[in-house]
Ligand binder design. Structure first.
Ligand SMILES: Cc1cc2nc3c(=O)[nH]c(=O)nc-3n(C[C@H](O)[C@H](O)[C@H](O)COP(=O)(O)O)c2cc1C
Length: 348
């Protein structure tokens, strides 16, 4: 039986690297009948192992772990050096040194090995598709494999690899674009409909923050909705106070490479406006370059510079416990679907 079919609520807590996805958030969502996800990106393997142990110690419900796939592409080193020169005065003003714009694989081989040695119920991948051997090895150990896609061609490729479910991420989503770099940005609804016949359960992500939006994606063929921003203000999330305030605001969001070298949706601030047009592609090089500057901005509680990831519907996110988010969006989705079914009886 697939993990999705065991859930009492059609809600997946999106993995959110960089702090928000704590073991407490994962446990709260899974305990409420949804599916919690640990984010393994940007942490070491020891921390991943410790987070998995903490989730297991507090819950016997299923949960997932999300892995970043390493980027195999080459980068324009001169463009990254030019970006470093541009950011240098800001770094000096904050008395920090910019980071070394090095590459890296986010410890992917070690994290995959840890999850093969001690399997978890679900592993999802982001930033491309895993190789066939990784999919097969995880599935042999009883782990479900989910792939994140942002365009129709990747849905077909993921199914061909043998994944158990496909996370379709629309352009509305907060945080990084989850597929391979791609300028053809699909909205969630078109992507969901174009993926509908793929033969695998679909998990819809992007701009879903309340029950009506969950109802909409279920009606459009999704098996569950993956909500990220909706959980950022929950007490169990590890989001900073700066991030919580930005999510609560009515400010617009935009996609930008300015913070990390990979397009991600954030609440618009001065840093984004000043650097977006010239920021080079290059992940994780730009991430490593800007890290000390962005960490200093967070330390100084400076919302004009910090990266404040959020999806387009962020003003609807609420400061309530995660279990309440799961229960309320589920009840509301049910009521919205029933009301829509009732309205449909009046159609000629
Ligand atoms: C703060 C933040 C961090 C994120 N980190 C990850 C991550 O580590 N892995 C991943 O697959 N997706 C990540 N995402 C994207 C989510 O998985 C999901 O696609 C997105 O949150 C859905 O859009 P929404 O935020 O509008 O709900 C992140 C999103 C946010 C807002």
């Amino acid at each position: 039986m697939s993990v999705l079919s065991t859930l009492r609520c059609p809600v997946v807590a999106a993995p959110m690297a960089g702090g928000p996805s704590t073991p407490a958030l994962v446990t709260a969502v899974s305990a409420a009948g949804g599916l919690g996800f640990l984010a393994a990106g940007m942490i070491g393997v020891d921390r991943l192992v410790a987070d998995v142990a903490e989730v297991r110690a507090s819950s016997d419900r299923p949960f997932g772990v999300n892995l970043f796939l390493p980027d195999a592409g080459t980068v324009d080193e001169a463009a990254i050096r030019a970006y470093a020169d541009r950011l240098a005065p800001e770094a000096r003003r904050r008395a920090v040194t910019l980071g070394e714009p090095s590459g890296g694989d986010d410890g992917y081989p070690d994290k995959l090995a840890a999850l093969l040695a001690d399997p978890v119920p679900v592993v999802s991948f982001v930033f491309g598709l895993p190789d066939r051997a990784a999919v097969a090895a995880l599935r042999e150990r009883g782990t479900e494999v989910w792939a994140t896609v942002t365009r129709p061609a990747a849905v077909t490729a993921a199914v061909e690899l043998g994944v158990d479910a496909v996370v379709v991420q629309g352009v509305e989503a907060g945080g990084h674009r989850g597929g391979l770099p791609d300028d053809d940005d699909y909205g969630l609804l078109p992507l969901l409909r174009l993926a509908a016949e793929c033969g695998r359960p679909l998990v819809a992500a992007g701009g879903i923050t309340d029950g009506a939006a969950v109802a909409a994606v279920l009606a459009a063929g999704a098996a569950a909705a993956q909500l990220g921003t909706a959980f950022l203000r929950c007490p169990e999330a590890g989001s900073s106070s700066l991030h919580r305030a930005a999510v609560a605001s009515g400010a617009p969001t935009a996609l930008t490479r300015a913070y990390t070298g990979k397009r991600a949706r954030a609440v618009v601030n001065d840093f984004l406006l000043r650097h977006d047009a010239v920021a080079p592609a290059g992940y994780p090089q730009v991430l490593h370059l800007t890290r000390p500057l962005l960490a200093a901005a967070r330390r100084d509680e400076d919302a004009s510079t910090a990266n404040l990831w959020a999806g387009q519907a962020h003003p609807l996110a609420r400061d309530v416990p995660a279990g309440q988010v799961v229960a309320e969006v589920t009840a509301s989705a049910r009521a919205v679907l029933a009301a829509a079914a009732e309205r449909s009886t009046r159609w000629g």
